[in-house]
Design a protein. Structure first.
Ligand code: PMT
Length: 403
């Protein structure tokens, strides 16, 4: 319930993507937010106010001159209540009105009166979106304090055209609202967080490689949690099934050596370094130039050589000066092995997970972890969402930074 006690005023303007704002409403409600919806008259032609009312459990505002249930000036009270004011989807018309200071209906009037951060997610036909007037309105608003945009994607539009103008993914819009709503709790603002995620892959020949089952879910959750807490986040990612996260710089790598290079350069500026990637300890000594053929041999031997231990190197270089967090992935003797890794790799703490524990490790949305600190303190956590564990890890990092 990250958005408990937060009020999101959601302005819905009239476009075919208006129905997607229903999904957004329901996600915001699930995250604990109070959602108050304002619809323009044309939005109500696409989706009924009753749908938003049923999901948000709040009356939908659209008419400026409707008799108020409680005596209050409705647009002013909504403007004041907002922790974030989102306009999803935003048509060329509403963007134009906001940019020109026109306040002639409930939505435009309330936006004009709010001091909350405003998030605008445009959606419209490509030619409209590319129209220099629309672009100039977007640029004008984007240059002002308090106006944020989640830009549309390219794709096939409802009108049949293909191009830019499709409403951004609702998950991306939701994350951006969350980031703005939690800005007062942004305890990592001004901090640089470097996270590694996913699996490294070690080529054998142009066709084959050695890898592991990491999906990147743990590392991406940490990166996203840090971003929502205001950090400037860089993610170094190996093979992963996760979608890129809006607002996070992502460096994609393939091998452990590439991850080593990227982490070495990027760690110079970082305040917090978190190695959650599953890095191959060994790689084939030689990568064959051509596909290895079966031939008549029954056996094939691969000679493997050690990869650099990235965490150990960073721990040696920055231990005590930056916050260094490692993981330990084990199948037995979890705590003993993690304690050894914490000391050997000079980490502030190690997050240990046992692949044999149900709901822990690779590919799951949950993890079951123990945190082993360098003074030997061990804290065991029950099964929880990786995103929640990510926040526990970051709480500890913030604690260390403050000391
Ligand atoms: O990606 P998911 O599917 O969500 O799965 C999550 C996870 C299981 C990958 C994650 O929770 C996890 O345990 N990551 C660490 C995996 C790992 O490589 O553990 P390890 O015990 O082998 O390594 C110990 C630490 O040293 C790790 O922080 C690792 O990133 C680091 N390391 C390891 C080898 C190496 N050559 N260089 C390193 O920096």
């Amino acid at each position: 319930m990250l958005l408990k006690d937060k009020t999101i005023v959601l302005g819905v303007s009239g476009g075919i993507a208006a129905y997607k704002a229903l999904d957004l409403t329901s996600r915001l409600i699930k995250a604990g937010a109070e959602v108050k919806v304002i619809m323009t008259r044309s939005a109500a032609e696409f989706v009924t106010p009753l749908s938003f009312q049923s999901l948000s459990k709040n009356a939908v505002a659209s008419d400026m001159f409707e008799e108020p249930k409680v005596w209050e000036i409705r647009h002013i009270s909504l403007a004041k209540a907002a922790d974030v004011f989102a306009v999803v989807p935003a048509t060329a018309n509403i963007i134009g009105k906001i940019a020109s200071g026109i306040a002639d209906d409930m939505l435009s009037t309330t936006i004009m009166a709010t001091k909350a951060p405003k998030l605008i997610a445009p959606a419209m036909n490509t030619n409209m979106f590319e129209n220099p007037i629309v672009q100039s309105n977007i640029n004008k608003l984007g240059s002002l304090d308090g106006y944020h945009f989640v830009m549309p994607e390219s794709g096939r539009l409802a009108c049949g055209d293909t191009g830019r103008g499709k409403l951004a993914d609702i998950g991306v819009i939701f994350d951006e609202i969350m980031r703005l709503a939690l800005r007062d709790k942004a305890d990592l603002r001004g901090k640089k967080v470097l996270v590694s995620a996913g699996a490294t892959s070690e080529p054998i020949d142009p066709v084959r490689f050695i890898t592991n089952h990491s999906t990147g879910k743990m590392g991406f959750s940490i990166a996203k949690a840090a971003y929502l807490r205001g950090a400037d986040v860089t993610l170094v990612s190996g093979r992963s099934t996760c979608e890129p996260i809006n607002g996070i710089k992502t460096v994609n790598i393939f091998t452990a050596e590439e991850m080593h290079k990227a982490m070495t350069v990027l760690s110079k500026d970082a305040d917090i370094i978190i190695m959650s990637a599953a890095v191959a300890d060994f790689r084939p000594e030689f990568e064959a130039e051509h596909k290895i053929k079966k031939g008549s041999d029954e056996k094939l031997s691969l000679s493997l050589v050690r990869n650099p231990d990235i965490l150990s190197e960073l721990g040696r270089q920055y231990g005590g000066r930056k916050v260094i967090i490692g993981f330990a992935m084990e199948t037995r003797a979890l705590i003993e092995s993690a304690m050894k890794k914490c000391a050997e790799k000079n980490a502030d703490f190690i997050v240990a997970n046992n692949l044999k524990t149900e709901g822990a490790g690779f590919g799951t949305d949950t993890n079951v972890a123990s945190v082993i600190e360098k003074d030997g303190t061990v804290t065991e956590y029950p099964k929880m969402e990786k995103f929640k564990l990510a926040n526990i890890i970051l709480d500890k990092a913030v604690d260390i930074l403050s000391k």
